[in-house]
Design a binder for this molecule. Structure first.
Ligand code: FE2
Length: 306
C-alpha cells in the first residue's frame, strides 16, 4: 500500500465527517462518514453550498436533519488549508447527539438532587420549628431578608447560596433548648438566656455533619457574633466574623424584633431598624445595615409578601 492509499484510508475510515469547502462555501470533497451523517451522497454534496456558517479556530455545534438518522447534533471544527493552490476550509464534524442526551440527563438528575436537598433542609427546619410555634417561619423569613441583602451586595453566586442555606438552618440548634424556655411566657431569667445562648454551638454541631460545599457550620455558629466582640459564643471581632454571618446576624435581629415572641409583643419594624442603625459599626456591619434599611424604607421589603 503506497502513502497515497494510506492517507486515503485514513480519510475514508475516519469516524468523523470530513469535508473540504472552498471560500465561496461550495463543497469540493466529502468522506464516507459525511455521507452517512447527512444522509446525502457525494454527488449531492459536490458543487453545492455547504450551508452552515464556518468559523475558523472555534468549536461550534450544528444541528443536522438527516433523512436516515433523524435530527443529529455535531461538533464542528474548521481550519484553513491550501489545496490545488486554492484556499479551502477543512471541516471536521463529530456526532455528539449521544453525549448531549447523557449531558441533559445528568443536568436533570443534578437539578432533581438539588430539589430533594432543599426539600430535606426545609423538612428538617419545619420539624424543629414545630416545637416553637412563635418562631415558626422565623428562619424562612430571615433567609428571605438575608438573601435579598446578599443579592443587593452583588455577592458571587456561591456566597449567595451559602447565605441562603445557612440562614435557613441558623437556629436549628434550638431543638436542644428545652421547650419550657423556648415557650416561656413573660420574662426570661439569666439562666434561661444562658440556655438559649447555647443554640449556635448546637446548630454548628448538627450542620457540621453535612458535607456542604460551603462553610455553613462556621457561618451558623457566628450568627450572634458582633463587630465589637460582645456577641456569642466566641466573642469574635469584626475581621474574624464571616460576611455571611454578619448578613444573617442583621436579618435575624430585624426579623426577631419585628415579630411577636412568647415573652413580648412585636416591637415593630421601626424599632428593629432603629436598633441596627444605632449600633451600626459597633455591633453590625455598616454596609449590611445600610442595604437592610434601604430595603424597608425605599423598596417596600416585606417578610411575608413576594
Ligand atoms: Fe439565633
Amino acid at each position: 500500500m503506497d502513502d497515497k492509499e494510506v492517507f486515503r484510508n485514513i480519510i475514508d475510515k475516519n469516524p468523523d465527517a470530513i469535508l473540504m469547502v472552498n471560500k465561496k462555501g461550495i463543497v469540493s470533497f466529502v468522506n464516507p462518514e459525511a455521507e452517512r451523517m447527512f444522509g446525502r451522497t457525494t454527488e449531492e454534496f459536490i458543487g453545492n453550498f455547504f450551508g452552515y456558517p464556518l468559523e475558523v479556530g472555534k468549536t461550534g455545534e450544528i444541528s443536522i436533519l438527516s433523512s436516515m438518522k433523524g435530527l443529529r447534533t455535531a461538533e464542528m471544527q474548521v481550519v484553513e488549508l491550501m489545496w490545488h493552490h486554492e484556499d479551502f476550509y477543512l471541516v471536521t464534524l463529530r456526532d455528539i447527539t449521544g453525549h448531549n442526551i447523557v449531558k441533559k440527563q445528568l443536568e436533570k438528575s443534578t437539578e432533581k438532587l438539588k430539589t430533594i436537598f432543599r426539600q430535606t433542609v426545609k423538612a428538617l427546619v419545619s420539624a424543629a420549628e414545630k416545637r416553637d410555634p412563635y418562631t415558626a417561619g422565623h428562619q424562612q423569613k430571615v433567609a428571605k431578608l438575608a438573601c435579598t441583602i446578599a443579592d443587593r451586595m452583588d455577592l458571587p453566586e456561591n456566597q449567595k447560596e451559602a447565605v441562603g442555606i445557612s440562614s435557613i438552618l441558623h437556629d436549628i440548634g434550638k431543638i436542644y433548648v428545652p421547650d419550657a424556655i423556648l415557650n416561656k411566657i413573660g420574662g426570661l431569667s439569666d439562666a434561661d438566656f444562658d440556655a438559649i445562648k447555647t443554640h449556635p454551638q448546637f446548630s454548628y454541631d448538627i450542620v457540621k455533619e453535612i458535607d456542604f460545599p460551603w462553610p455553613i457550620a462556621n457561618i451558623v455558629i457566628q450568627h450572634h457574633e458582633r463587630l465589637d466582640g460582645s456577641g456569642y459564643p466566641m466573642s469574635l471581632r469584626d475581621e474574624n466574623i464571616l460576611l455571611e454571618a454578619k448578613i444573617i446576624g442583621v436579618a435575624d435581629v430585624v426579623e426577631a424584633m419585628s415579630a411577636d415572641r412568647p415573652y413580648r409583643v412585636s416591637l415593630g419594624i421601626d424599632k428593629a431598624l432603629e436598633e441596627i442603625v444605632n449600633n451600626k459599626n459597633k455591633l453590625y456591619d455598616p454596609i449590611v445595615v445600610d442595604i437592610c434599611v434601604k430595603l424597608f424604607m425605599h423598596e417596600n421589603f416585606s417578610f411575608t409578601q413576594n
